[in-house]
Design a protein around this ligand. Structure first.
Ligand code: CO
Length: 154
C-alpha cells in the first residue's frame, strides 16, 4: 500500500505527452498498485500515471468501485456516437463540467504483463477511458468542457 501525491492542474507535467511503456516489469506493477491505492484513497473512478508524476502511458479505470481495468499503451481503434456527462478530475479539484465523448469505443491496449487485449466500452466506462487516455496526451477535461463557466462543487 502506497499512496502517491496527485499532481494538480497548473503543474506543467500534466500538459506533457506520456511515453510508451516498453518494460513490463516489477516497477510498472508497483506503479499500477500505487496508482490504484491513490485512486481509492481519493475516491476517484480513474487515474493516469501522469497524475502521480510518472510520464508513462498507463491508467486505471474503475467505473463501479469494484471492477478495475488497467490499460497500458491504449489506443482507441474505433469510436461511434456521442454522449455527454459532467466530469471531474482528481488533478482539477472542486471543478466539474459537461463534456461530450464517444458513446462506444473499441480499445486495444496491453495489460501489466505485456499481453495485448481488446475491449469494447460503452456508457460510463467509455467516458472514463476517454478521460484517462486524454491525460496521456496532456489533455484535461477542462479543455473540452462545453459550457465555458465552471461549477464549483464545494
Ligand atoms: Co482526470
Amino acid at each position: 500500500m502506497a499512496k502517491r501525491i496527485i499532481v494538480k492542474n497548473g503543474d506543467p507535467l500534466l500538459r506533457l505527452r506520456s511515453k510508451v511503456v516498453t518494460e513490463f516489469d516489477g516497477r510498472l506493477a508497483q506503479l499500477l498498485d500505487d496508482m490504484r491505492d491513490t485512486m481509492i484513497a481519493e475516491n476517484g473512478v480513474g487515474i493516469a500515471a501522469v497524475q502521480v508524476g510518472v510520464l508513462k502511458r498507463a491508467c486505471i479505470v474503475c467505473p463501479d468501485g469494484e471492477t478495475s481495468y488497467e490499460f497500458i499503451n491504449p489506443e482507441i481503434v474505433k469510436k461511434s456516437g456521442t454522449q455527454s456527462s459532467v466530469e471531474g478530475c482528481l488533478s482539477v479539484p472542486n471543478m466539474s463540467g459537461e463534456v461530450e465523448r464517444p458513446k462506444k469505443i473499441d480499445i486495444r491496449a496491453y495489460d501489466r504483463f505485456g499481453k495485448q487485449f481488446e475491449l469494447k466500452a460503452t456508457g460510463y466506462l467509455a467516458i472514463i477511458c476517454c478521460h484517462e487516455f486524454d491525460h496521456m496526451d496532456g489533455v484535461l477535461f477542462i479543455d473540452k468542457v462545453k459550457k465555458p463557466e465552471m461549477e464549483k462543487n464545494s
